[in-house]
Design a protein around this ligand. Structure first.
Ligand code: 4AD
Ligand code: MG
Length: 463
């Protein structure tokens, strides 16, 4: 007898097999004929498998008849064609082993249709619900697709450090990492004496693996990182996390137009893979979360992204006649409402904005000849807004150092980064995709806290 997953047992091809299934009971229904139906789920698919538990089972009266939502079991039995609608197979149990009970009075998932807010308070149990199971499978599919895409394109996967001394985005939104005694911080000349700290200097959780990815791109050509990143910004929005996963490709000899083309192909590949590999989960999101979920992805896969300069976007927004809460002005960052107007009303598809004012972008972006804009690009999608941020990098040493000083950064602190421009500098480009933002976009889930297993946000780090 083989142990198989529910997803496999649900296939017609499993009919006639003696199998062992292991998982959690979703419901039990007793029939007048002295037997029970169990709905069993093991996470391998959204759908459960129906188990028929006959009254003749040795533990039928003592255990099976008391099974309720949340109980864990091993079921051995024969897969049969099911006469019931909506399922090809069912399992006639010959043996049921009960591993763990779940008190129906106190089990929090006994009741159906809890709010997502409530489910966040039971982060240890919410993966047992349909929605969070579906999110986990889609997130897994996206992760695999990302690795497949870059591996097939000849990129090397680089593991960027999580602890670092440099602030990649220069925005000062970093979590400190220290072993100093916070109740008794050592001081030298009135300031904190970091010589006594673990790393001999102030250290932080990384906001981005980009600077390290640049080192490897400027040695090995095409690389990508895929890891956790951390931002201590106090943004309590449906699109921000304090800990999120970012994918950062970095390519030597790529200019901004190559970067944009790669980003577009990359996103389309992810969407196509999810449509092909998660049809059941996507159907669920279409029915329960976002009616246009599948149609939107299908349309994007076969259409071209819009490309616009920031300046063109500002002109369009100004001419739109829309009453925005925040006025549009050249030199200011675009607000969510502006991005949504472009992607949802004006173009109804992803938009790549590029050539942003240098004053609102990071020091490492390549300066244009106009001396006012940089080779930045953001990929915006309907509802979620920015899912990718990237740029061509400044490869000219003198320009880079001047930009650092402009942004009050000391080039000496970035000596290894500037060395890349001192020795064998090359044009190069890259971008960062927020994993949660892309999963949010695909599933239509309204809040980013519901597409990461364990969200970290201001005031919240349980589980
Ligand atoms: O635009 P960002 O800040 O770009 C960078 O970090 C660059 N170093 C990337 C690069 O060029 N290699 O962040 C990139 C993406 C955003 O577009 C967004 O999708 C996501 O990361 N992101 C967040 N996701 C969730 N919560 C947050 N607080 C996020 N901040 C950024
Ligand atoms: Mg950005």
């Amino acid at each position: 007898m083989q142990t198989i997953r529910v997803a496999e047992a649900r296939k017609e091809s499993a009919v006639g097999r003696e199998v062992r299934l292991q998982g959690w009971v979703r419901t039990r229904r007793d029939s007048k004929g002295g037997f029970s139906f169990l709905e069993l789920n093991d996470g391998s698919s959204l759908a459960n498998i129906q188990v028929i538990a006959d009254g003749s089972l040795a533990n039928y009266e003592s255990e099976v008849k008391h099974l309720a939502a949340g109980c864990s079991v091993t079921v051995e039995g024969l897969v049969k064609a099911s006469p019931a609608k909506g399922q090809a197979t069912e399992v006639q149990a010959t043996r049921i082993i009960v591993h763990g009970g779940a008190d129906a009075e106190t089990y929090p998932l006994q009741k159906k249709n809890h709010s997502f807010e409530f489910l966040r308070t039971i982060g240890h149990l919410r993966p047992r619900t349909n929605t969070f199971g579906a999110v986990a499978r889609v997130r897994n599919c996206v992760s695999r697709s990302i690795h497949s895409f870059f591996q097939e394109e000849g990129f090397l996967y680089i593991h960027a450090p999580i602890i670092t001394a440099s602030d990649c985005e220069g925005a000062g939104e970093m979590f400190k990492v220290t072993t100093l005694d916070l109740a008794n911080v050592p001081k030298a000349a009135g300031a904190i004496d970091f010589a006594q700290d673990f790393f001999d200097r102030p250290a932080f959780l990384t906001v981005s693996g980009q600077l390290q990815a640049e080192i490897f791109a400027c040695s090995l050509g095409k690389v990508y990182t895929f890891g956790p990143t951390f931002r201590a910004e106090n943004s309590n929005t449906s699109r921000h996390l304090a800990e999120f996963w970012m994918i950062e490709p970095e390519m030597a000899f790529f200019e901004l137009t190559d970067n944009m083309a790669l980003a577009e192909r990359f996103l389309k590949r992810i969407f196509a893979d999810v449509l092909a590999q998660c049809p059941e989960d996507m159907q669920f999101f279409r029915e329960r979360i976002e009616p246009t979920a599948i149609e939107t992805l299908e349309r994007i896969v076969t259409s071209e992204f819009v490309r616009l300069t920031y300046t063109e976007a500002v002109d369009i927004l100004k001419a739109s006649g829309q009453a925005f809460e925040f006025p549009v002005e050249w030199g200011h960052d675009l607000q969510a409402e502006h991005e949504r107007y472009l992607t949802e009303q004006k173009f109804q598809k992803p938009v790549i904005l590029y050539d942003y004012p240098k004053s609102i972008k990071a020091f490492y972006m390549r300066l244009n000849d106009d001396n006012r804009t940089v080779r930045a690009m953001d990929v915006l999608v309907p509802k979620v807004g920015e899912i990718i941020g990237g740029s061509q990098r400044e490869e000219r040493l003198d320009v880079l150092e001047a930009r650092m000083r402009e942004q009050k950064l000391d080039p000496a602190n970035y000596w290894w980064y500037t060395d890349l421009r001192r020795y064998g500098t090359v044009p190069h480009s890259g971008f960062g995709l927020g994993l949660e933002r892309v999963v949010q976009f695909i599933t239509g889930m309204a809040n980013i806290r519901d597409v990461i297993p364990f969200p970290r946000t201001p005031g919240s780090a349980e589980f």
